[in-house]
Design a protein around this ligand. Structure first.
Ligand code: DQA
Length: 145
């Protein structure tokens, strides 16, 4: 049994009330439950966190390097701006799966570029909360291989 970190970036604490036409009515607590269930189904324990602060996400990625077998991350808007997250993922040895609730390629042009994708093991976007579950399944599969 391994530990999987699920990390969430800025404004994702507001899910359920934030731009519901884009992100739906599901809250972050609902997504946490979904991730816990997906972890359990795959025989892994899940550590689920959210921060509005870039440095804290960097700290957690570094922590995951020694405490987790892999990471699922929704970096929120830092996806499109953060060389620090890119470097942190590059620096660690565990696989990282990038997930987005919305299809970032079907939205504004500034969301089309991700600093995280080139260093991610896999990317999922546009599947809503289900994407987190698919990311955990994909990560668990990669860990088996
Ligand atoms: C998001 C997409 C980002 O562009 C946005 O800044 C978010 C959420 C998503 O899950 O669809 O905060 O990562």
């Amino acid at each position: 049994m391994a530990t999987v970190y699920v990390l969430n970036g800025p404004n994702l604490n507001l899910l359920g009330s934030r731009e519901t036409a884009v992100y739906g009515a599901t809250t972050l607590a609902d997504i946490e439950k979904l991730c816990m269930d997906a972890g359990q189904r795959n025989g892994h324990s899940v550590v689920f966190r959210q921060s509005n602060h870039e440095g804290e996400l960097v700290d957690w990625l570094q922590e995951a390097n020694t405490k987790a077998a892999g990471v699922v991350i929704n970096p929120g808007a830092y996806t499109h701006t953060s060389i620090a997250l890119h470097d942190a993922i590059r620096a660690i040895g565990v696989p990282v799966i990038e997930v987005h609730l919305s299809n970032i390629f079907a939205r504004e042009e500034f969301r089309h570029h991700s600093y995280v994708s080139p260093v991610a093991r896999g990317v999922l976007c546009g599947f809503g909360p289900k994407g987190y579950e698919l990311a955990i399944d994909g990560l668990a599969n990669a860990l088996k291989a």
